[in-house]
Design a binder for this molecule. Structure first.
Ligand code: ZN
Length: 366
């Protein structure tokens, strides 16, 4: 009997040692432990329970010894085994219960939402300077009765060149000037393509402006980028003359830069207009004097004028291409770049700044 009893004592001793050693923290009631550490302890405790009270545990084996003990000592020995088993069971259960409540508390702690903490406010963005300028111009033209047109940026040669009366041998058609897709479509090199699309779709009479991106094979430098923004204007009706063109462009620039703004037109050439002109307006910085703060005005380089865009009376061939009777209808068109205008307004010496997405630059237009 004493041998068997010693066996059971040994089992109890091993359990006590392992239970104590359970990360050394069962007894200290798991104070200050994080959720993941507590969960790890729970796992260890489960393993300990299986090891010491499971079917294959030494205690379970010891219970089988009860029957082998001499009958007069069997009851006493049985009680002893049971009490050791109970001790082991109780210790594990106590530890488990307090561990469980600790885990629950830790979980609640983690999920607790402090509604008094101020939220993380997303930093508000703002519109790009080009967009701001475009919207301002759109507003003016809409108030003058123009509709806003938008159309595709990838065009066929027909819309980008032929319909606009740009002849086969014109240098603009060369691949060194225009981007082509591998299947032969052109990235539009001017927003004039929208003139054709708008006349085809809306018919005449019509008044539209078409803001949009255009693409040219230019090496980027201070005044060139391969992609830039243009606004195209088109007005077709019966009896439209050059006077209407001059009046419209002048009125727009007055609304843009102030009542005193003067406009001038210089003869020029474009395949899609005849006659054609380039238009300038009096410098807004020096009021057209060419002088600013007792020196040469930097914005107009002392000339008093700012060159802005091209314009002209829509070429009869362009009207014909769109199925418009050029004997009955006439029209004018104009176009200009937004980047240049933006650079002049904000005295930028490099238009690439507008596409570099440098927040320090863009934030200034807030
Ligand atoms: Zn000036």
């Amino acid at each position: 009997m004493s041998d068997e009893k010693r066996e059971i004592e040994k089992i109890k001793e091993i359990f006590e040692r392992e239970f104590e050693g359970l990360s050394g923290s069962v007894k200290s009631k798991f104070e200050g432990l994080g959720l993941s550490a507590l969960e790890k302890l729970q796992k260890e405790l489960n393993e300990l329970r299986v090891k010491h009270t499971g079917k294959k545990s030494p205690l379970s084996g010891a219970k089988k010894l009860i029957g082998k003990v001499a009958p007069d000592q069997r009851a006493e020995f049985g009680k002893f085994v049971q009490s050791v088993g109970k001790t082991i069971e109780n210790k594990i259960e106590d530890a488990e219960a307090s561990l469980k409540s600790r885990i629950q508390k830790a979980k609640l702690e983690r999920e607790k939402i402090d509604v008094t903490i101020p939220g993380r406010r997303p930093r508000p963005g703002h519109l790009h300077p080009i967009t701001l300028l475009r919207q301002k111009i759109e507003d003016i033209f809409v108030s003058m009765g123009y509709a806003i047109e938008d159309d595709r940026e990838i065009e066929t040669d027909y819309y980008n060149f032929d319909a606009l009366n740009i002849p086969e041998n014109h240098p603009a058609r060369e691949s060194q000037d225009t981007f082509y897709t591998t299947d032969g479509f052109a990235l539009r090199s001017q927003t004039s393509t929208v003139q054709i699309r708008a006349m085809e779709r809306r018919g005449v009479p019509l008044r539209v402006i078409a803001p949009g991106r255009v693409f040219r094979r230019d090496t980027p430098d201070q005044t060139h980028t391969p992609m830039f923004h243009q606004i195209e204007g088109l007005c077709v009706d019966k009896g439209i003359t050059m006077a209407h063109l001059k009046g419209t462009v002048s009125e727009w620039l007055r609304r843009m830069y102030g009542k005193e703004t003067k406009t001038r037109f210089r003869p020029s050439y474009f395949p899609f207009t005849e006659p054609s002109a380039e238009f300038d307006f009096s410098c807004f910085k020096c009021d057209g004097t060419g002088e600013f703060e007792r020196g040469k005005c930097g914005t107009c380089r002392g000339s008093g004028w700012i060159e802005l865009g091209g314009c002209g009376m829509v070429h009869p061939n362009v009207l014909k291409n769109c199925g418009v009777d050029h004997k009955e209808y006439s029209g004018f068109a104009f176009g200009f770049g937004l980047e240049r205008m933006c650079a002049l307004m904000y005295s930028l010496d490099d238009i690439r700044l507008m596409f570099e997405n440098d927040v320090r630059f863009l934030e200034q237009f807030r």
